[in-house]
Write a protein that binds this ligand. Structure first.
Ligand SMILES: *Cc1c(COP(=O)(O)O)cnc(C)c1O
Length: 446
């Protein structure tokens, strides 16, 4: 690989994106306009090459920079479906799940339980029982969960392998809703409680505490917070070992940012991996501690840049002396990030990629919310209804946060690779939306 090559998380377009002879956007060797003709819109188009390349940057970075054992696990909440998980698992990654639903998806693929880590700040007894039955790792978040796990492990006649999540007290500059490492966070033990937890665990043979976990937030561009995190983790690892716990894994979380617009300048995956690898190694060596297995759990930086969403453009509203709005056939139901976090995106027109930029417009979704704006004040070529607008870098937290607001069916998703497209998520139908509805007999029309 060339040193100058940008990592997948530093590019706005998928790695295989190009323009074909007809001036159409091509991804994974497929003409995006043709894909929409075949599969309809909105359509999530996932580029297998970009996803696999991102997995390899993490994996190879760890192999090069970390002298001990290491494992990358994919934070499935970024996009959890069988197709995406099958690709990352085939790259040797494990999975981080946060619900019974995500766990069931991992189990359906037959992923080895020791590669699956179950997170979450309020796992139900049923979810914990499922995790113990499967034999995956449980990342324990709080006292209540510890107390719930003991009788469950007893009933299941097993020893639960657990990790402890704590808040490392590290501030990072990202949106308030996706910041998790500061002390006033809903996630994890407060560091001041850990000594008591260590003592408590010594008398609980049902729970084997094999590691520590911390995650400081998401869409982070600075490397320093993760460098600092390794120091806090090693300090706590030392305390845990001293307290007699069989610790052998340290999980540094995820959080590396991606490039949504030209203004975003995230560090490369390999640079992030080097910082956490060197930090962990350095602090362990300084204290004469054995190197733990290093686990990291990226989500966004694996899948974010690998996917685009194609929409069909509809009507146009020009406000005299004001904005021009163009509507598309999706919006906050397939991409809730703009309305939730004021997230910004970039877009291209798939059927006229090379056309010169001609006007500044605002792209609106079709939902009944004024805030349902996908792209505010972006430059586009001259367009007309029926053109295909492609919003870039929509792989993370789009499908996984999608809803049926306004009873709009969720889009289909296809995986593209080498000129072939395979369906990984079927488009919902209006009929699907009625499937869970029940009409009490007394309300039925006579
Ligand atoms: C969300 C989350 C991740 C993944 O975060 P990204 O920013 O998508 O890399 C990893 N670990 C935990 C515990 C999380 O909550």
């Amino acid at each position: 690989m060339l040193a100058t090559e940008l990592a997948p998380n530093q590019q706005i377009l998928p790695l295989t994106a190009g323009t074909n002879g007809q001036g159409h956007l091509e991804i994974g060797g497929c003409d995006v306009v043709e894909l929409v003709r075949q599969w309809g819109s909105p359509l999530y188009i996932l580029d297998e090459t970009t996803l696999r390349t991102a997995c390899r940057h993490y994996r190879e970075g760890l192999r090069q920079d970390y002298p001990g054992d290491a494992q990358v696990i994919y934070a499935t909440k970024a996009w959890c479906c069988l197709g995406v998980l099958a690709v990352v698992v085939s790259e040797g990654l494990g999975l981080d799940v946060v619900s019974g639903g995500e766990l069931t998806t991992a189990m359906r693929l037959g992923v080895a339980p020791e590669l699956v880590y179950f997170h979450g700040n309020n796992k139900s007894p049923a979810e914990l029982a499922l995790a113990l039955d499967y034999g995956c790792r449980v990342v324990v978040d709080n006292w209540y969960e510890l107390q719930t796990l003991v009788p469950l492990a007893q009933a299941a006649n097993c020893t639960a392998k657990i990790m402890l999540r704590f808040t490392p007290g590290i501030e990072c500059h990202t949106h308030e809703y996706i910041r998790t490492g500061h002390l006033d966070s809903k996630f994890g033990f407060d560091p001041q409680q850990l000594a008591a937890v260590f003592t408590w665990l010594r008398e609980r043979p049902q729970l084997e505490c094999i590691g520590l976990h911390a995650h400081i937030g998401s869409q982070i561009f600075a490397l320093e917070p993760h460098r600092d995190l390794t120091e806090v983790l090693v300090e706590t690892y030392a305390q845990g070992l001293q307290a007699g716990l069989p610790l052998r894994e340290v999980n540094v979380g995820g959080g590396l940012g991606i490039r949504y617009t030209e203004a975003d300048q995230p560090p490369a995956i390999r640079d992030w991996v080097r910082v956490v690898s060197q930090g962990l190694t350095h602090h362990c060596q300084q204290r004469g501690l054995p190197l733990p297995k290093l686990i990291c759990e990226p989500g966004r930086s694996l899948v974010g840049a690998a996917c685009v969403t194609a929409y069909t453009m509809g009507g146009r509203k020009e406000i005299p002396g004001g904005r021009t709005y163009i509507s598309v056939d999706g919006g906050m139901s397939d991409n809730p990030r703009p309305i939730t976090y004021q997230a910004q995106y970039q877009a291209v027109v798939a059927n006229r990629v090379a056309a010169p930029l001609a006007e500044t417009v605002t792209v609106a979704g079709k939902h009944c919310e004024s805030g349902d704006i996908l792209l505010k004040d972006i430059a586009l070529p001259v367009t007309q209804p029926g053109d295909i607008l492609v919003v870039l870098a929509t792989g993370a937290y789009n499908y996984s946060m999608a809803s049926n607001y306004n009873r709009i069916p969720r889009p289909a998703a296809i995986l593209v690779q080498g000129g072939a497209a395979s369906l990984i998520i079927k488009r919902e139908t209006w009929e699907d939306l009625l499937r869970q509805d029940c009409l009490p007999e007394r309300l039925m029309a006579p």
